[in-house]
Design a protein around this ligand. Sequence first.
Ligand code: CA
Length: 508
Amino acid sequence: MAHDPVVAPTVRAAKHLEPRFVFEEAEAAADAKLAAYGRKPNVLFVLFDDVGWGDFGCYGGGVAVGAPTPNIDKLARDGKLLTSCYSEPSCTPSRASIMTGRLPMRHGLMRPPMYGEQGGLQGEITIAQLLSDAGYVTQCVGKWHMGENRESQPQHVGFDDFYGFLSVSDMYTEWRDPYFFPEIVYSEERTKWIENQPFSKCFVHAEKGGEIEEVEEVTIPVLSLLDDKWCTYSQDFIRRMASLRGTPDERPWFLYHNTRGTHFDNYPHPDWLGKSPAKHPYKDALMELDDIVGRLVQTLEETGQLDDTIIFVTSDNGPEMETWPDSAYSPFRSSKGSTWEGGQRVPGVLSWRGMIEPGQATDGIFSLMDFFPTLLRLAGATGSIPDDRYIDGVDQTSFFLGEGAESNRKYLYYWLGTTFSAVRCGEYKMMLASTTDDDRDIQNSGGFSGVTQKYTYSRLYNLYLDPKEQHSYMIRKLPYLDAFTAGLTTHFTSFAQYPAKQVVGGVG
Ligand code: CA
């Protein structure tokens, strides 16, 4: 009989760990598969910026929306395509949740720090640090955006090497572009004023424990080349790791590759300018990202590492729709910044040749936080998960490795800054608060410009029947309240035992 996530009970292994479904047979099969494999796999984690759930061909976009994505589509055919993969509502909260396996209310980064604003990962324990402790070479490339302060920089939180920028794409270029900021570009005084502000204007390089070295100032022409340069850097890393195979220096590796694209504003690489059928900069940039995935996978293949590398391609949040048409495609309600599905449902393409059965699509709930315990299990380092703090990610190893396997996650909790917003279980989502309840945001505007509102009575949406979340089903479906109340009690109790933390963005 098929497992029913609404009905089935979860198991809590320890009080600081999120309860999860444990499927005895699937767990044993995963253990046997890993034992037969007998190595610590390499990890290639590709994180896009603001790419929408529907942008890739394998999610219904691609050719249909003027930007074919053949490489990502192939990767999905060769592996597992996740349709209920969740980020947090915006960039920094998501990235810090991937790094720590914890919700923004626990690591404290509720929204992105901007223009040199202080605040970051200090005090947190990252997946990079724990994989490094487990013998991995750890490489971070591209966008960071988890704090510019020294103790939050990648080379101080577990990465051996970092080549990329510390902040977010628009901050490097928007004030340089006369179309968006004529009042700065055409004023010497204002140009000087912004140039003297203490925020990072260069992309940088750093080595473990060392200081940041500036590589180049990120002007608009420089920005258009960044994704290509970063890809080359990652390809060189993959080749260097391959050259150590069979030597005493051979080690497994974790490559955390973060693209610049397709965050606004997009200035395509000259080789991609006008190359998409849409001829639009966003679509040109998206095609370049697809090509980058192709290049990275090809380099793994050429160096004989494809069978030893788990690959995951995803996005840090839903589409940004306040910069339309420099924005993405999602069939869900609203966009980046919100807890409607459009804000948090992101693509998730998983591949590991020989270990993950090809050609699978699954709607099992998966949070990007789940990588934290899952990767540690694959690395044989589950014992290193810290027990002095709450870990919201759940181990999804059996979900990853089993053919047709079920997700180990029962509940997905949505937070809108410091306001609790919603919980999903099975195909149902109960919402207690959201951004603006306005018909216009059904059509994907909204996001950061919305107003937080708490509902008098909670609402219930059936995400299979109503992916746009327009029809509250609550009054017809009251029996589900029990399942949700149990989930909420567990969740809120965890905050009583492990108090919330706020570093950046204290308001909802
Ligand atoms: Ca983002």
